[in-house]
Design a protein around this ligand. Structure first.
Ligand code: ZN
Length: 377
């Protein structure tokens, strides 16, 4: 894939980088990248990939542009409201860079179409806001041997990981069980508009590195970004030998259909929810049998300040330490803001913990509503 004079002019600043140069830019021209979800994450990822000269960019989304998307989905503008996202995005990317090919996939990804869609791409970027789609994309990437750069956002926090076949853990290694419902999407939970801009741009960065064989990809490391504290944290993660899809005896050998989406605010079967005030009442000596408290924050966060009764099982070790959880009685899961502990509650329920309960709002809520002297990292 040699570069034309017009392309050499457009990509000068890449050509000037010895780490990319003409060979790297030719690799970009030959690359075929699919962006799953043209939303807050997919918007900056697709814009930067198109600008960078990624030869084929696929945009997969079956939604239409809504005015409330424009707070973060920078691929679209006000005039595009009500248009199909895949098509509106394709037009925008074509205007940005007419040298590349942009393919609109206005469809819902399913087990029966994922093979055909993925067949035309070398690398997948996942920015979907449904947990079920996230597992389908991960499983398909493992089964078809495609690298995957996966990102997720929630309120003020984001996370990122890269999967390369044979070189490290997959998404399911980190989060082994798909909960039955869907994650609360941005409509319910709220999200800082600029947050997916950071994570989507990091996805594009990883994609360009993988395509040009430059630098060190985020393999076996989960990157967590906290916008409120402006802090990036990194957690080492190992491939699980018993992973259901990339393990030694995988149970999932074909992509499976996502479970039908449920209302995000529907109660999750079997998981209780507790406010900080509710937990305070439960810990009162007169309240009866005290609950078990499991704090799933990382060790350094736990050491900054924690409830005296709490036992620390960090989320990065949680899947390996499930058998340490108390089985009978009520077990309250605690983290910083309530997101990780909800995931822990779901995993605990599947592992046979009788009554997992999530502390809504986490230690931040505890500090705000119950004990202002509690330090929270
Ligand atoms: Zn795995």
């Amino acid at each position: 894939m040699t570069l034309t004079p017009a392309e050499r002019a457009r990509y000068q600043r890449h050509l000037a980088l010895p780490e990319i140069g003409t060979p790297g830019q030719e690799k970009l021209k030959a690359a075929r990248v699919l962006v799953v979800g043209a939303g807050g994450l997919g918007s900056p990822a697709a814009l930067y990939l198109a600008a960078a000269g990624c030869g084929t960019v696929g945009l997969l989304d079956f939604d239409r542009v809504e005015v409330s998307n424009l707070q973060r989905q920078v691929l679209f503008d006000t005039a595009g409201v009500a248009q199909p996202k895949a098509e509106a995005g394709r037009e925008r990317l074509a205007r940005l860079n007419p040298e590349i090919r942009v393919v609109a996939h206005a469809l819902e990804l399913k087990a029966d179409n994922v093979r055909a869609v993925f067949a035309d791409y070398d690398l997948i970027l996942d920015g979907s806001d449904r947990l079920s789609t996230r597992y389908l994309v991960n499983d398909a990437c493992v089964i078809f041997g495609k690298p995957l750069v996966s990102a997720a956002i929630h309120r003020f926090e984001g996370q990122l990981m890269t999967y390369v076949p044979g070189r490290g853990p997959c998404y399911r290694c980190l989060f082994p069980e798909a909960p039955d419902g869907v994650v609360a999407n941005c409509a319910e939970a709220g999200v800082l508009g600029v947050l997916p801009g950071v994570l989507g741009t990091l996805q594009a960065t990883e994609a360009i590195k993988l395509i040009t064989h430059t630098g060190t990809p985020l393999i076996g490391r989960l990157l967590v970004y906290d916008a409120l504290e402006l802090r990036f944290s990194e957690f080492r993660v190992e491939r699980r030998r018993d992973c259901a899809v990339c393990g030694e005896t995988p149970m999932i050998t074909e992509p499976r259909d996502p479970k039908p989406p449920q209302a995000a605010d529907a109660p999750r079967d079997g998981i209780g929810h507790l406010t900080a005030q509710g937990l305070k009442a439960l810990l009162d000596p007169g309240a009866g049998a005290a609950p078990h408290l499991i704090d799933v924050r990382e060790r350094w966060e736990f050491d900054t300040g924690h409830l005296p009764q709490a036992v620390n099982i960090p989320m990065s070790e949680f899947a390996q330490r499930l058998k340490e959880l108390p089985r009978p009685g009520t077990t309250v899961f605690i983290c910083r803001s309530g997101g990780r502990s909800l995931r822990a509650s779901e995993m605990a329920l599947k592992a046979g913990v009788a009554k997992p309960v999530n502390l809504e709002g986490g230690m931040l809520a505890w500090a705000a509503e119950v004990d202002p002297t509690m330090p929270v990292a």
